[in-house]
Ligand binder design. Structure first.
Ligand SMILES: CC(C)(COP(=O)(O)OP(=O)(O)OC[C@H]1O[C@@H](n2cnc3c(N)ncnc32)[C@H](O)[C@@H]1OP(=O)(O)O)[C@@H](O)C(=O)NCCC(=O)NCCS
Length: 339
């Protein structure tokens, strides 16, 4: 054994989000296109979920294509070149090829210079997981500029006759570039899981069982996403408000100091319930992208933030609170400065 200690990795003092970008599929799908399939009404969907329309991807709007489009915007907003990205994290549950990871394909199409690239599976909370990992990689010295992408084509996994899911889930991509910072701009993450509730949102059967089955339920062409909405609604409205409050506390930010609240766009009523439980003052601007985007899972927070920046509701340096939750059940929340 030779002497001398292993050189430790050294990172930046702090990390921040440098730019965000999104991709919204071209096709707008109003509630009227869905109601007959699920014996529902435009009014029921609006009052129960706040959704007026959503976007569903066309054949050419693949997970990879949407991700690359969102990433190009985020990299440009950060003022960087693709070759400066040294790590790509993609959160998705709807990339239909199990291997290789879509992150490697996205990194290649973007023209990056052989960055670390991998996918994570943290459902609707995946973007917030990615932001936390990116911040730690940069501060730990494993990377300097991390591209975090949340992307879904949930329309590929949804039974369009299922009353519990067909009106909620949608498609899109959102991306952020995280890099070094002189001041703290990404607060400590509060995250966790509640695997005892894993059955509340899940793919109904695994592919091996599906392939081995002699016959399938009538009308089922593939495994689908299922959701027991009511318990998820109650869990999200109450437990998640506490997690959001904890993220404020560990960041040392009072609710009254917050400028922007960007929760996962799961249901407008959950967004309102969380804001009420946290006693957010009227001055805090709240993301409500769900009205025209539906629930795009891992893509929902970056898409909602991008819109708020474009519309002037979120300004550079504003304090924003992210919180996301989803299948697992999993959750993650953090306070960040708007790029
Ligand atoms: C899905 C969701 C909107 C349903 O709303 P809800 O108030 O819980 O609805 P319920 O399932 O209790 O059903 C209430 C009634 O509406 C009916 N209903 C259910 N789905 C319906 C639909 N799509 N259209 C019309 N009526 C419907 C039910 O049959 C029930 O009727 P009843 O009162 O006569 O028995 C809501 O539970 C939800 O948003 N859950 C959380 C979803 C979420 O956040 N998921 C993402 C996590 S990533």
């Amino acid at each position: 054994m030779s002497g001398g200690a292993i050189t430790p990795s050294r990172g930046a003092a702090h990390a921040r989000i440098l730019g965000v970008g999104g991709y919204r599929p071209r096709r707008v799908v109003p509630n009227s296109e869905i109601v007959d399939l699920i014996d529902s009404s435009d009014e029921w969907i609006r009052t129960r979920s706040g959704i007026e329309s959503r976007r569903w991807a066309a054949a050419d709007e693949t997970v990879q294509m949407m991700s690359v489009a969102a990433a190009r915007k985020a990299i440009a907003a950060a003022g960087l070149e693709p070759t400066q990205i040294d790590c790509v994290i993609v959160s998705t549950v709807s990339h239909m090829l199990q291997t290789p990871s879509v992150a490697t394909l996205i990194a290649d199409e973007l023209g990056t210079d052989h960055p670390a690239a991998f996918d994570i599976s943290a459902a609707c909370a995946g973007f917030c997981h990615g932001i936390s990992m990116a911040s730690d990689f940069i501060r730990g010295g494993s990377a300097r500029h991390v591209l975090v992408i949340g992307v879904e084509r949930l329309s590929d996994m949804t039974d369009m006759h299922d009353r519990g899911t067909a009106f909620i889930f949608a498609d899109g991509a959102g991306a952020a570039v995280v890099g070094p910072s002189d001041e703290p701009a990404i607060g400590p993450v509060v995250w966790g899981s509640a695997g005892e509730q894993a059955d509340l949102i899940r793919q109904d059967v695994d592919w091996l069982t599906w392939n081995d089955a002699e016959e399938h339920p009538e009308g089922h062409e593939q495994p689908y996403l299922t959701m027991n909405g009511n318990p998820v609604f109650r869990w999200a409205s109450y437990t998640m408000a506490k997690v959001a409050q904890e993220a404020l506390d560990v960041a040392g930010v009072a609710a009254g100091e917050l400028d922007v609240f960007v929760p996962h766009q799961a249901n407008m009523r959950i967004i309102d319930a969380m804001a009420k439980a946290m006693k957010l003052p009227e001055s805090v601007r709240i993301a409500r992208d769900i009205a025209t985007m539906g629930n795009t899972s891992a893509a929902s927070i970056p898409l909602a933030l991008e819109r708020m920046i474009e519309e002037g509701q979120a300004r550079s340096g504003d304090k924003a609170l992210f919180i996301a939750f989803g299948a697992g059940l999993v959750y993650a929340a953090q306070v960040v400065l708007v790029p």
